[in-house]
Ligand binder design. Sequence first.
Ligand code: ATP
Length: 741
Amino acid sequence: MSDAVRDSEIAAEQAYLDRVYVRLDQLRVTAAEVEKAGYNMARVGNYGALVERDAMVYHAARRRRALESEHDGLVFGRLDLGPDGVSGADAAAVAPVVPGGEVRYVGRLGLRDEEYESLVVDWRAPAAAPFYRATPADRMGVVRRRSIRSTNEKVVSIEDDLLDPAAAPADLAVIGDGALLANLSRATGRGMKDIVATIQREQDDAIRSPASGITIVRGGPGTGKTAVALHRAAYLLYADRNRYESGGVLVVGPSDVFVGYVSRVLPSLGEDTATLRSLGQLVEGIQATRHEPPDVAAIKGSLRMQRVLSRAARGPVPNAPDKLRILYRGELLSLDKPALDELRRTVFNLGVKRNAARAKAAGHVLDALWRQSVQLLPSGRQQKREEFAPDIAERPEFVQFMRGWWPVLRPTEVLGWLGDRQRLQRWANGILSNREIALLASSIDAESLSGSASASGSRSGSRSASASVSVSVEDVALLDELHEYLGDPPARKRAPRDPFMVAEGVHEVSTISERMAAARAQAIERPDDYRDYAHIIVDESQDVSPMQWRMVGRRGPHATWTIVGDPAQAAWNDAAESDRAMEAAVGTRRRSDFTLTTNYRNSAEIFAVAARVIRAAQPDIDLPTAVRSSGVDPVELTTSADELPGAVIDAAKTLLDQVEGTVGVITPTQRRAEVSAWLEGLDAARLQTVGALDSKGMEYDGVLVVEPAAIRDEAPTGFRTLYVALSRATQRLTTVGTQPF
Ligand SMILES: Nc1ncnc2c1ncn2[C@@H]1O[C@H](COP(=O)(O)OP(=O)(O)OP(=O)(O)O)[C@@H](O)[C@H]1O
């Protein structure tokens, strides 16, 4: 194809793009005007007008937000359809190139011109599906599929696929050699890119799978699972906006690093209402990033913890008074330990949560004391229960006793109790081994946990720094479990909310409709501990421990689910226990399974190193195919312990020189801080040092794996973590270690 043809095709697409941007500007102005007109309707003053105004303002503001979000690459696809693909309704207002056919443009959002003719079809609309799904074998009416790449409103390149040569007119231009490969060879930035322009058919199947039930997506490293998960969130919001925007879509990822990495994808697809959280951030008030060593993580993640925690939360409070003595009308009323234990059990048997049962517990103690008083006192000096109870309940010694015997408990406090080995021994007896009990007790620092108690128990929504230090990612699921047994602390009395206050400091005069709008806005800004999402997407699901599944499951008792992961990358050892916990969390709804088979991230040379490691442990494993070959072999260096820091610094510098984009340095989980200190002063904007567990889901142009053999030997599942670390690079991979791996 000559340059002249290419240039004239680019010019033609540029003319179309210009037209689209002019229209976008017009629509922005119109949306702002409609919004303003909506506000003006308030002046009409009757109730019907106010309600109508609300609806108008709401829809116009939404549309304006969509039109104003970033629109680089607004139009990225064009379909030239033959006569069998014509639908009329979605045809672009340009002459068809294929006789009897039509042209359709695909983009990040749908736009129509003044005559209501389609200018761009939203990528999620059914009319856009052939852009992703058509193949030479199943053309769906497509003759030529064109990918258009533009930056700053300028078309920079075009890549065509000719799907139906027989139907193509002789002069049809076909340019480039495939959009996908062109896209894959571009450098990686700090954040993940969306793949909306090059979604592949097997990925599209999973993205557009029906919303109901449970969608399971499996696939090896780099097969686009995360990309599919995020595009699916955008698709669901488009396909059933009412349900998913008001109920909420929650995307759960493995780590904060990962959440930061993917956070731009949904906004770039025009969706800003999904909630993105890491497993360390799912409990209100806590932002945990520290991981436990693997042996402790294995205990804290196991379902056996459920019984240990339930015993701790329902047992006697450590150091609580074990008897109650009250002098009443000259007689000593007393309850000793067995009687108090019996009362405690009776209250728990009512099935109430501990903090909500304080009044009930006090009532049972008062009952028992009253019964004693009736036995001890002559009938003339006895009181009725209704008179006796308030009299005793106000006594300082009773109030004092109740405070110690049935205090308000916060999850962090109870978790802190597990730091005392003797106590833990009682609760974990017959559940954990002695070695596990010793390990678990020594992993819990009661003092720093009690420092963060107010954070984890608060309903305030503020995330506390002290909680982040003491609570590990694995602890978060335990705290959530404890919250289940304890319930909320009694609510602090708040000043009643001023119903006329629309926003902080802004008073509304026109009353009802504005309050409805404020209510709608609040419905979308869900509280931090919201627990009724309409859809939950769990990424890197292979690493969700059984206790974490319970925590995630509590966020969506009525949700539909998308679960994305790769068992070969799992850090969790007991796959059967994990599967059981997942099934309990997501329920038994209809399942649809999808498998992705192409690795788009790694060059074939890099993936061969990762494949060698996983095949050594699992010879029969099905691995994806890496589509790109770069001709550059990975570098494997072995050095002495003394020379390791120098070798790591040199290798990191070399990678920074060799690649244009990011470099990830991946270390054994417990050595991250040490290695990070060696690399201080290197290009911080492009270089990131992460522990091997936190490298899950990440991607860098160059990767340096430090001490690969130590990553493999860190845990029984270390070979899988090493497989993850070795499959993070798009272009260059170097390993430096004191032993070969
Ligand atoms: N259809 C596609 N077009 C362009 N790039 C793609 C496509 N599918 C995936 N990619 C790219 O491949 C890389 C890997 O994708 P992603 O991170 O979603 O894979 P993954 O399966 O979640 O990987 P892992 O399990 O290793 O974390 C990303 O850079 C993504 O943008």
